[in-house]
Design a protein around this ligand. Structure first.
Ligand SMILES: [Zn+2]
Length: 209
């Protein structure tokens, strides 16, 4: 059996001593999120590097800098994984919040979220938020202040740091697009079934602030 188990399940990462769970209060008692120092992510998810991107040698798993990682046995390249940046645009008009329903190709398909997506490499963070709102809802928006920042652990194969921005509609026509299949405004007090706990925490905070 290898260091992390034959199934590549990352046993070390699942040991209880690896987790320090507390309470993160991000804007009030109604917006509690788990604070996890290192969430239970395996270094062996499908789609991760199998071969060294520098020298093409097959990577092996070992503890490097205190955590299980994939390492190149030939050139010592270490795969330090980092979360991606997710950006979201929070549009609120007359107590109604813009939500989109996630399409079949999206994680948490069929559930609703604040328009969001991955920031592209080289893209300004606010431009990315405006682009995502436009692609998913058809609405052109002006991006304002940051309203929320949180770590998203819902997809352990692709962790993100989410940044939610205020967004004000400046044009466009409400129509779902890209990987959203519906786009609609909902009263903050009558929301559809939400895809992400981080959206839920933010919306809960907004209802009570
Ligand atoms: Zn290498």
């Amino acid at each position: 059996m290898g260091l992390f188990g034959d199934d590549g399940s990352g046993t070390l990462l699942r040991s209880s001593s690896e987790r320090r769970v507390g309470v993160l209060v991000n804007g009030g008692d109604n917006a509690k999120l788990r604070l996890v120092s290192h969430t239970d992510v395996s270094p062996f998810w499908p789609g991760e590097f199998t071969f060294c991107p520098r020298c093409a040698t097959e990577l092996t798993a070992r503890v490097a800098k205190g955590r299980p990682r994939k390492v190149c046995p030939r050139c010592d390249w270490v795969h330090f994984r980092n979360p991606a940046v997710g950006v979201a645009g929070l549009v609120i008009e007359d107590g109604m919040v813009l939500m989109v329903r996630r399409g079949p190709s999206a994680t948490r398909s069929g559930l609703w979220c604040i328009p969001c997506g991955y920031l592209d490499y080289g893209e300004d963070v606010r431009a990315g938020a405006a682009r995502e709102v436009g692609e998913e809802s058809g609405l052109e928006v002006e991006i304002g202040d940051v309203v929320w920042v949180a770590s998203n652990f819902h997809d352990p194969a692709k962790l993100t740091v989410g940044i939610w921005f205020e967004a004000t509609v400046t044009g466009g026509v409400l129509e779902a697009g890209d990987d959203a299949v519906e786009a609609e405004f909902f009263p903050l007090t009558h929301l559809p079934e939400l895809a992400f706990e981080t959206d839920a925490a933010l919306l809960s905070h907004l209802r009570t602030s």
